[in-house]
Design a protein around this ligand. Structure first.
Ligand code: 13P
Length: 251
């Protein structure tokens, strides 16, 4: 059956020292009790090896926020999936809306990234979600379906089964404006139906679909109570241990 997951996305925040301290704090907070979900932090590339050396990955998973769309070679400044894996990280966020918007990521580059992540044993946390205009003009279900079809439906059922999805409506990211639990549930159920149409009900039922966008301790429980919401991808609230743990404890 699918897992419940709370994953932090630190984005471009914290120095190495600050990130290591935060990861340690979360790791220690988790040591004391049994969380009812998997807990992951996704940190900048520069932090990964240091964090890997101070956390217990049986308690706290570690991921990158991106990886390159090429295997290796003359791509100055890029970080490959193999490099990410060599730090000890085992997850990678791919297709975050900020990367699609500011760095021109397309379905084509994302297919490459997903393939390379899987080839290196990383679990992709693949992000999808509509912008405000698409929410308002009613095309959001088609937009999100298109992102899944174009980015992931080249995969075999076996490989698709390794993907974690994160629905992040762009209008809810960093805005304080969370999707309502009903809006999230409607979309998550739609996403599961889209997966079922392609890969069958069993694969769809086994796929973890996280919600992201202004998720915080005060709204997490209501979102996570929905049958198709399997957890959260947390931005701002993952930067403070108490807030992040408050969300973990919503399960
Ligand atoms: P916020 O939680 O800051 O809205 O960010 C969500 C997000 O983009 C996680 O990937």
């Amino acid at each position: 059956m699918r897992k419940n997951i709370v994953a932090g996305n630190w984005k471009m925040n914290t120095t190495v020292a600050e990130g290591v301290a935060l990861a340690k704090e979360v790791n220690e907070a988790l040591a004391g009790f049994k969380a009812n979900c998997d807990v992951i932090v996704c940190a900048p590339f520069t932090h990964l090896a240091s964090i890997a050396s101070v956390i217990d990955q049986n308690k706290l998973g570690l991921g990158a926020e991106n990886c390159a769309d090429h295997k290796s070679g003359a791509y100055t400044g890029e970080v490959s999936a193999a490099m990410v894996a060599s730090t000890g990280a085992t997850y990678v966020i791919l297709g975050h809306s900020e990367r699609r918007q500011y760095y021109g990521e397309t379905a084509e580059t994302l297919r490459e990234k997903v393939a390379l992540a899987l080839a290196n044993g990383l679990t992709p946390i693949f992000c999808i979600g509509e912008v405000l205009e698409e929410r308002e003009n009613g095309t959001y279900n088609d937009v999100v379906k298109g992102q899944i079809v174009d980015g992931l439906f080249n995969l075999s059922a076996e490989d698709f089964g390794k993907i974690i999805l994160a629905y992040e409506p762009v209008w809810a990211i960093g805005t304080g404006k969370t999707a309502t639990a009903d809006q999230a549930e409607d979309m998550h159920a739609h996403i599961r139906a889209v997966i079922a149409e392609k890969y069958g009900k069993e694969v769809a039922d086994n796929t973890s679909i996280l919600y992201g966008g202004s998720c915080k301790p005060s709204n997490a429980a209501e979102l996570f109570a929905k049958p198709d919401v399997d957890g959260g991808l947390i931005g701002g609230a993952s930067l403070k241990c108490a807030d992040f743990m408050g969300i973990v404890k919503a399960f």
